[in-house]
Design a protein around this ligand. Structure first.
Ligand SMILES: Cc1cc2nc3c(=O)[nH]c(=O)nc-3n(C[C@H](O)[C@H](O)[C@H](O)COP(=O)(O)OP(=O)(O)OC[C@H]3O[C@@H](n4cnc5c(N)ncnc54)[C@H](O)[C@@H]3O)c2cc1C
Length: 430
């Protein structure tokens, strides 16, 4: 069995594992220290990862200081690499119903305190800012967050990885973590299985990786028994960091932490075309129905988080197309058409499904895993993983190397499992 030794090992190389690896390697370089850092993933390309499924929206308008600080810190950084990550700071235009209008008004003083430009307008002003909206039913007010917009998730992840690799971080692909050995509260060894070669083409490879992520029991079943059918690789490390996204509870289980808080839930997005609605000068637009949409090249990307969706590892797209009664028609097209009559004639192009990792208070976990001497975690930021990624990577690094957070990120402590400031429920969440 091949074996490797590292000081720091991340399981999961999505946006959070990649950001964490960059932040850690950069800080160590600044301190003039050398360390061996690695990231393992079953599929570094990340075809089924949440990172490549998201809407690309970034904002800092949350209710809790921890989420505001980490997202603001990230956005300030994204502004410095704007071109590389195609960051378009075109704002969030949010049409609120009465309940969410009251909520954003309540949070507004906090946005001011953090220097975030968030403008609040009465419902009559909506057509002035969103000229294509011709039905104001159910709108109580409009908020426009200026320090917000859209970026390209793939470019951001690649940026983090490039910066990490420059500093010697090793990325291991096609390794599925299957076993973790713990001695006296310390993780001592991680055993991963090499993903076998696919039978034929790209489709086969995609299906193969999907089996590992959706139904690993099936993958490892040999002659009716759960077993290992491919080559194993062993990793030893001083510090383990769980950044496996929606799969992090499975990794937790391997080191003996029973995670009852993080639950995976399918979220779906569609691409449509409507030449009559020009969204080119807007970032993300959100309707009172909670349908969100934005321009994406020549098309429009739209999403809706169906709260009836059961928990589980389902990543099959099933919103359907234009057929009457399809979830797409019910949840996305009808609300859009009601609000903007020009959406009467649209073309459905395609759609996809990815996973949110939900927690009871809709805030993520960042910190040390209770009961373990050398295990940290960063994830479950729900629909916030992209927008929080840089701040989260920096905060994690502060905690691992210094045992405390820098001043701008001091509320990151609230994201530990212990929730020292109590529940971090986020109402304005999609
Ligand atoms: C439809 C949708 C829209 C969204 N929109 C937004 C948005 O607009 N803005 C925003 O900020 N966020 C959004 N999100 C959320 C965001 O995409 C996620 O929070 C973020 O991508 C999570 O990143 P991650 O690195 O934690 O997880 P992932 O990107 O899922 O990475 C986890 C990695 O772990 C690997 N892995 C899992 N198990 C194992 C194992 N056993 N062995 C080895 N590797 C393993 C996987 O292969 C994967 O690459 C959206 C999500 C969805 C689904």
């Amino acid at each position: 069995m091949a074996d490797y030794n590292f000081d720091f090992l991340f399981i999961g190389g999505g946006i959070l594992g990649s950001s964490g690896a960059m932040a850690l390697s950069k800080r160590l370089e600044e301190r003039g220290e050398n360390a061996r850092i690695a990231v393992i993933d079953v599929d570094l390309e990340g075809e089924h990862s949440s990172t490549l499924k998201n809407a690309g929206g970034v904002r800092a308008t949350w209710k809790n200081r921890a989420n505001i600080e980490l997202c603001k810190y990230s956005i300030d950084f994204y502004e410095t690499i704007r071109e590389e990550i195609q960051f378009r700071e075109l704002g969030y235009f949010w049409m609120h119903d009465e309940a969410w209008w009251q909520e954003i008004k309540k949070n507004h003083p906090l946005y001011k305190e953090y220097g975030l430009t968030v403008e609040l307008y009465p419902r009559e002003s909506v057509p002035e800012f969103l000229p294509f909206v011709d039905n104001l039913d159910g709108i109580a007010g409009l908020s426009i967050s200026r320090n917000a917009g859209l970026l390209d998730h793939y470019s951001l992840r690649e940026y983090y990885r490039r910066e990490a690799k420059k500093r010697g971080v090793k990325f291991f692909d096609r390794l599925y973590v299957k076993k973790i050995i713990v001695e006296d509260g310390r993780v001592t060894e991680i055993i991963a299985n090499q993903v076998e070669k696919p039978e034929g083409n790209i489709r086969d490879n995609s299906e193969l990786i999907k089996t590992y992520l959706v139904n690993p029991e099936k993958r490892f079943r040999v002659n009716g028994e759960i077993g290992y059918q491919s080559e194993a690789v062993s990793f030893k490390c001083d510090v383990l960091i769980n950044t496996a996204g929606a799969w992090s509870p499975r990794i937790s289980k391997l080191y003996g932490f029973n995670d009852e808080k993080i639950k995976p839930r399918r979220r779906q997005m569609v691409v449509i075309r409507c030449a009559e609605v020009d969204l080119s000068s807007f970032g993300l637009i959100i309707d009172t129905s909670h349908v969100y949409f934005h321009k994406d090249a020549e098309n429009i990307l739209a999403g809706y988080s169906n709260m009836d969706e059961p928990y589980g590892y389902d990543i099959e797209f099933n919103f359907g197309g234009m057929d009457e009664g399809s979830p797409f028609v019910k949840y996305i097209w009808l609300p859009l058409w009601r609000r903007i009559s020009k959406f009467e004639r649209i073309k459905f192009i395609r759609g996809w499904a990815g996973l949110y990792e939900e927690t009871p208070d809709r805030s993520g976990y960042l910190g040390r895993v209770p009961g373990f001497k050398n295990v940290y975690e960063c994830g479950a930021h729900t629909g916030r993983g992209l927008m929080i990624s840089h701040g989260a990577g920096m905060a994690l690094t502060d905690l691992i190397l210094d045992g405390k957070f820098r001043e701008e990120l001091k509320h990151a402590k609230d994201l530990s499992r212990e929730r020292p400031s109590g529940d971090l429920f986020e109402e304005l969440h999609l």
